[in-house]
Design a binder for this molecule. Structure first.
Ligand code: 5GP
Ligand code: MG
Ligand code: MG
Length: 183
């Protein structure tokens, strides 16, 4: 796809590359202060969180560990069912660890609320969440997000790791996908 074709698929840029960079720097300063003297394990949720993880981890001054999970919601279509299947599990033993889940977006909240419970049950000392985006109008369960980037409208977005049918992940901004692409 050339860049003109991609532009035609997007209706509006919601969050720019620069806004993301500034926000991650701000969140990183808070995380450094909150975890002073503690070892952090960043847990990225594949694949959408790859960009957030890469940029947040490099913003953080102290050494951090990184590990990854891939999860998938049961059920067809674009709606999360809340029943989550682990496709790729962590390599790390969580006993006594300070876990910070790194996510791209919170929609219904079902995936993250399940994931937090799952990681807590493995004996982590603490489990907190950092998410770049949240759609407050789509929430089905409240998720306590300690480090949040941006609240956005209830529309389907792509870019900065977020895909539609595995496309658009490498866009630098977060943009609304035009309805003609998926309808
Ligand atoms: P939840 O369980 O919160 O409903 O869904 C979370 C997951 O659904 C996200 O991690 C993401 O993979 C996907 N998702 C939710 N909203 C969007 C969106 O607007 N765009 C994209 N590309 N994925 C989304
Ligand atoms: Mg995700
Ligand atoms: Mg996806």
């Amino acid at each position: 796809m050339d860049s003109r074709e991609i532009e035609a698929d997007l209706t509006e840029v919601l969050v720019t590359e620069q806004q993301i960079r500034d926000k991650l720097a701000e969140l990183a300063r808070r995380i450094e202060a909150d975890y002073e003297g503690l070892d952090i394990l960043l847990v990225g949720v594949l694949k959408g969180a790859v960009m957030v993880m890469a940029d947040l981890a490099r913003e953080l001054r102290p050494h951090v560990n990184m590990d990854w999970m891939a999860v998938s919601s049961y059920g067809a279509g674009t709606q999360s069912s809340g029943v989550v299947r682990i496709l790729k599990d962590l390599d790390t033993d969580l006993t006594g660890r300070h876990v910070l889940i790194v996510e791209d977006i919170i929609d219904s909240g079902l995936t993250l609320s399940w994931l937090r419970g799952n990681l807590e049950s493995r004996g982590a000392e603490s489990v907190e969440i950092c998410a770049l985006l949240r759609k407050p109008d789509a929430a089905k369960v409240e998720v306590d997000v300690k480090y949040l980037g941006f609240d956005i409208p209830n529309q389907f977005v792509v870019g900065y790791g977020l895909d539609f049918a595995e496309k658009y992940r490498n866009l630098r901004d977060v943009a609304i996908l035009a309805p003609h692409v998926y309808s």
